[in-house]
Design a protein around this ligand. Sequence first.
Ligand code: PXG
Length: 288
Amino acid sequence: MKVYLNGTFVDASKASVSVFDHGLLYGDGVFEGIRSYNGRVFKLQEHLDRLHDSAHAILLKIPLSREALASAVKQSLRVNRLANAYIRLVVTRGPGDLGLDPRKCSEPTVFIIADKIELYPKRLYEEGLELVTVATQRNVPEALNPQIKSLNYLNNILAKLEAITAGFQEAIMLSPSGYVTECTGENIFTVKDRTLLTPPPYIGVLRGITRQTVMDLAARQRLKVREELLTRYDLFNAQEVFLTGTAAEIVPVSKIDGRAIGSGRPGPVTKKLQQAFRQLTRSEGVRY
Ligand code: PXG
């Protein structure tokens, strides 16, 4: 496997960054997780836009133009001969000294890992996922805005560990006032009476690209879609709940904190959206 690292392709075994890189020392950097389907990168422009917005929010200047980044992503897929892949695009503050001061970092580090996509077990999509609400609250926008896809994922990892310790695979994180935010690496939706609801970004969620894609697909299916504050009660009493994310796509939720959601099986609205999503990933994207 070849990894793009600061302008060149190097063997994966030689693709290393400095221990002085502030991405490592402080989580000072931003990233994207992107997917390709059948030789096309899905929503590439949207991912590059979000990467730039994340970088802009932390005063990090990406040393490559959008076009250069796009072509580096495509080249990573070509050199590794991958038709269906998971792509990790990372920009860090770069190597500096042991202080926090980002001005001491000479040059941002840019790397792209393109690897085979590890699909989740089929059972997950057929039976649905059981979730648990955890005590670790989602970062508040006033401190570290979850809209910034930064390299600092400890908030999410702590929540994930709580879920795992409790015997579940995924966690629901709440805001400090107890509103539903998102899972550790997926956005959340409820379905009730042909209306999709999902928490608004200001409560502290990542503006997921799959989230937006599903909102667009839902509108085309004449479903109503709204961003609204949701409580656990709203989740428990929804007809359907599902999660969205680049890696997981659309995952039905069967149970939350011991309460069955709807029939406890993937519902018709979720299934129809999954179908439309599959169709879309097959028919659009940037060719490489
Ligand atoms: N919320 C958070 C906190 C995320 O990290 C999403 C939502 C979904 O966004 P997209 O744009 O992918 O629809 C993410 C996705 C993983 C993993 O292993 C997921 C993400 C990052 C790293 C790993 O599932 N980000």
